[in-house]
Design a protein around this ligand. Structure first.
Ligand code: ZN
Length: 254
């Protein structure tokens, strides 16, 4: 009898131990999954299914300027003027909803010979949504880009750079390239506060094959818009030339 009750006590203790050990392990695993998921969702260099482009692998001094969001009145015309004066072609990742509001601006971008990419219809975080949501957001925007007269390949850039499973799955099934970036000057508040700092940061961080992202479409980002001319001059002085995304991708080493 005594033996059995001792065994029972031992068994209970070991069960308790197991529970005590399991809780931190479980918490650790859940935390790992959560942070791992966040990392994947925000990663600029990895996604499930198809590869994405963060920078083009080349030793040639070529870079792409990419402008996200918009088109928006006021800022788009100024940006187009700066690019025209510098004779530089860039890539605009436009929002479908904004193209619908300002079709003439989208036409101006296309007519000036710039490349147009798809940046979704409503600029929401494209995670934890049904497959049909991704399809609708992308295909609606594709139609609007075509209506603006653009005929080239349409690459995709996820709003806020976020993607997890459903979005990459859609993009991969439809052989769509996902374009990220490796130089992001105006997302650092200290740098974004001054035109000079924005230009210096971009010029010192750009490498052969770099993809620069700028948010010049907002009135609140006047420093970004003002920095474009200096960024172009500074990089040209270092021997760089500017390519659209499609042109830059042609430099990719195997
Ligand atoms: Zn955006």
């Amino acid at each position: 009898m005594q033996d059995t009750s001792q065994k029972l006590v031992k068994k209970k203790r070991s069960k308790k131990k197991l529970v005590l050990i399991s809780i931190p392990v479980l918490v650790g695993v859940l935390a790992g999954l959560w942070y791992g998921g966040l990392g994947l969702m925000n990663s600029r260099s990895f996604q499930f299914f198809c590869p994405l482009v963060q920078r083009v692998n080349t030793d040639q001094k070529v870079v792409a300027l990419t402008f996200d969001d918009g088109p928006a009145p006021g800022t788009t015309e100024k940006l187009l003027q700066t690019l025209a004066e510098a004779r530089v072609k860039a890539t605009f990742f436009l929002i479908g909803d904004q193209i619908e509001k300002y079709p003439a601006l989208a036409h101006m971008i296309v007519a000036a010979g710039h490349e147009v990419g798809n940046h979704s219809y409503s600029h929401q975080r494209m995670i934890f949504k049904p497959y049909s949501f991704y399809q609708d957001e992308i295909e609606r925007t594709d139609r609007l880009i075509r209506q603006a007269g653009y005929q080239g390949d349409i690459y995709f850039r996820p709003p806020f750079g976020k993607k997890l499973v459903g979005l990459p799955q859609y993009l991969c099934e439809h052989q769509r390239k996902t374009i990220m970036w490796d130089v992001e000057p105006d997302s650092e508040s200290d740098v974004a506060a001054s035109t000079e700092k924005l230009a210096d940061y971009t010029i010192s961080h750009a490498q052969p094959g770099s993809i620069v992202i700028l948010h010049t479409m907002y009135e609140s980002r006047a420093t970004s818009l003002d920095a474009v001319g200096s960024i172009i001059k500074g990089l040209q002085a270092r021997g760089y030339s500017f390519k659209t995304m499609a042109e830059l991708l042609a430099y990719q080493h195997a």
